[in-house]
Design a protein around this ligand. Sequence first.
Ligand code: DGY
Length: 323
Amino acid sequence: MSKPRILVTRRWPTAVETVLAERFDVTLNRNDIPLGEDELRPALSTYDAVLPTVSDRLPAAIFEGASVVTKILGNFGVGYNHIDITAAKARGITVTNTPGVLTDCTADIAMLLLLSVARRGGEGERQVRAGEWKGWCPTHMIGTKVTGKTVGIIGFGRIGKAFAQRCHFGFGMDVVFFNRSPVDPSEAARYGARQLASVEEVLATADFVSLHCPGGAENRHLMNAARLAAMKPGAFLINTARGDVVDETALISALENGTIRGAGLDVYEAEPNVPDALRRMENVVVLPHLGSATEETRTAMGMKVVDNVTAFFEGRDAPDRVV
Ligand code: DGY
């Protein structure tokens, strides 16, 4: 029997590409240039499986037309708001993701952003590199103390919990969170956290607000002008979730007007575009979507896709099926 034909839309860790090539009839994207809709649409008419990632766009329109032959989209990543899963499902296409393996690394990046923005790490580094540091003095680059402060988490899934654990047990922080569904208080206590009834209650309480909910329509602009204004004066916003969870224009105004004190961002509304205003502000730490970017995690993510696609073509249930 011929091997399933598979398209991988971007370069993946070599170890994973090697396994894919052993198991399937694989087309790799050797020059790693992102594919546009004009390339993804014919791919759905050519390959049995397409393995996309966060930099690809698969809106409903791409699934229209009689000639779609793709049976599975094995997404490289836990977030899949770049895929219209309703349209994919309507075409009978299975979609899988890669949960679990990027929990720790994404929580680590959220902690890095929180510490950097509070303690002015990026600003200090820029000053030293520019040769502008004049030496120690009692009033130099004074930041905000982290230990013992209150952190508010929006979205208490795997990553939210891992972040809570770091904040509470690592930095003695009081942790409150909002989650759509109730979390058993004893489960929350394992992460040193307690649930509040609304996003607003979290915002009113927290010195740091960190977003860990999915992107996509349900949470689009969850942090809008009103909610940014509802944060405590002097509070910081951390976003390692998805860019569209924050209204970026409202965020820029809130930072410019001093409504909030600073932001640590790993994700943006129109990646890789980061608005000039955000790049210019010293009280904003900007990272290039590094949440899962470690050798261990990226390899584990790829291997999860391999497992999902292998199971699917062997007629078993794909372990991380989304639809
Ligand atoms: C994910 O898995 O959704 C990440 O954002 C990509 O690293």
